[in-house]
Design a protein around this ligand. Structure first.
Ligand SMILES: *Cc1c(COP(=O)(O)O)cnc(C)c1O
Length: 465
């Protein structure tokens, strides 16, 4: 067995990767042909690959490295915890200090009376917990027929059977027999793509009232909960019209439907407050958390529930849990992450300084001839690529063709920006500086210029009819 290290030639690493490693959300044969990029180290907002190229990581990994890379305090917190108590579970009347401390800290940070945490190791697991949790809640309240969870098309809630069923991604449902029973999807509040000539405010109301219609259709006595991301992330950073969330809140209150805010991306400073629910004025009964909770340094997630939900659940044994629920090392690292985000004023600054500056710069991209709109909330932003600015037209080419071309130009110009279909999205580390924001937008503009030229040369600037 040879030791595989950073010092091996890239081609050898790529060949081994292609031979043995199955990648998530990747066409394997395509990847093997093109060769995978090997990331070897990272510091702050910068990633380095095995060829020595540096990239500005405008995605914070996968929307998660809120604190930025290279914080040794987190490594030390992990090492300390591993030496003291590397593992113990929280089943069967036991607990440990890192889980106690992290749950208490989360209860302090979350708004209202969201004071109780059920731990998982990821957002997917936490949303699976939520499915069983809300159904158990209603069964405990003597309404076991309240089972259906309403979600939205184009939502992302994870990749496990349950969480991918909550999600509304058609290509995911097409593989493996999804969704599971008892999940209902309504339309998303995506005005740019689906609003047509309707005024955005009116469209926001219409899409919120789709929830009320679904409740009537399914029967009020059958609906357990509604789940949504405050701002859709993986769906393309879709900032809903301002009318949307107040109407959703009204409907959930009126019909006593549990509201689950999936804060996996929006939480921990991403929208300029600790939680997206604060930015958008939402009062959830349950919050899903993961990603920024540990800034990605350790896999950890959870469901945070209100006093009322916890009190109902306390009436039974909730027959659910993961071996690594409240893993001590992950908890210790998350706690250190939260300490730094708070004590260094990183979340506060994200809201008061970083987000306003990024917004000003990001919105200049709307002037680019290839861009139909530039949207941003806090430190999550998107631009829509279009062959015809004024009509918000889609491309005639298959969705994602233009986005992929643009993404490749970003990589070639040392910027990591992701594409979702023909939308480009960003979600940089909260510690990004003004200078780095300038660089981000300069490189994005350059990539757009190059993509625009290539699309023109290849005859792809045609609008769908
Ligand atoms: C990433 C994500 C998840 C799933 O989290 P994993 O840790 O990948 O399982 C759930 N919800 C949202 C909104 C996400 O962005």
């Amino acid at each position: 067995m040879t030791t595989i290290t950073n010092h091996m030639p890239t081609a050898e690493l790529q060949a081994l990767d292609a031979a043995h490693h199955l990648h998530p959300f990747t066409h394997g044969a395509d990847l093997a042909r093109k060769g995978v990029r090997v990331i070897t180290r990272a510091e702050g907002t910068t990633l380095t690959d095995s060829e020595g190229n540096d990239y500005l990581d405008a995605m914070a990994g996968l929307w998660c490295v809120n604190l930025g890379y290279g914080r040794h305090e987190l490594a030390e917190a992990a090492a300390r915890q591993m030496k003291e108590l590397p593992y113990y579970n929280t089943f069967f009347q036991t607990t440990h200090v890192p889980a106690i401390a992290l749950a208490a800290r989360i209860a302090e940070l979350t708004p209202g009376d969201l004071n109780h945490v059920f731990f998982a190791s990821s957002g997917s697991e936490a949303n699976d917990t939520n499915i069983r949790l809300v159904r158990t809640y209603w069964a405990q309240k003597g309404k076991p027929e309240k089972q259906v969870i309403i979600s939205r098309k184009n939502a992302y809630h994870g990749s496990s059977m349950g969480s991918a069923s909550l999600g509304g991604m058609a290509p995911m449902h097409a593989q493996g027999g999804l969704p599971i029973p008892g999940i209902h999807h309504i339309d998303q509040p995506h005005w740019y793509a689906e609003g047509g000539d309707t005024d955005p405010a009116e469209f926001g109301l219409q899409r919120a009232r789709a929830l009320e219609e679904a409740i009537h259709e399914l029967g009020e006595d059958k609906v357990a909960a509604f789940i949504a991301e405050p701002i859709q992330g993986a769906g393309g950073v879709i900032v809903p019209p301002e009318t949307y969330w107040p109407e959703i809140q009204r409907i959930c209150d009126k019909y006593e439907i549990l509201l689950i805010a999936d804060e996996v991306i929006c939480g921990f400073g991403r929208t300029g407050n600790w939680f997206g629910s604060q930015t958008l004025n939402i009062r959830p009964d349950i919050m899903t958390i993961a990603k920024g909770l540990s800034s990605g340094y350790q896999p950890i997630g959870g469901s945070v529930v209100t006093d009322e939900v916890a009190a109902v659940l306390d009436g039974c044994e909730f027959a659910h849990g993961y071996t690594y629920s409240g893993h001590p090392v992950a908890c210790a690292v998350a706690l250190e992450n939260l300490r730094i985000l708070d004590e260094e004023g990183i979340v506060a600054r994200a809201g008061s300084e970083t987000a306003p500056y990024l917004k000003e710069k990001w919105e200049t991209l709307a002037d680019h001839p290839l861009v139909g709109e530039a949207r941003i909330c806090g430190l999550m932003g998107s631009i829509a690529l279009t062959p015809h600015k004024d009509s918000r037209a889609k491309f005639a080419a298959e969705a994602g063709t233009a986005g992929l071309i643009c993404r490749e130009h970003c990589f070639a110009n040392n910027l990591i920006m992701r594409h979702v279909g023909d939308r480009m999205v960003i979600s940089p580390p909260l510690v990004i500086t003004r200078g780095e924001i300038d660089t981000l937008v300069e490189r994005a503009w350059k990539a757009l210029d190059l993509a625009h030229k290539q699309l023109g040369d290849e005859g792809l600037m045609k609008a769908a009819s």
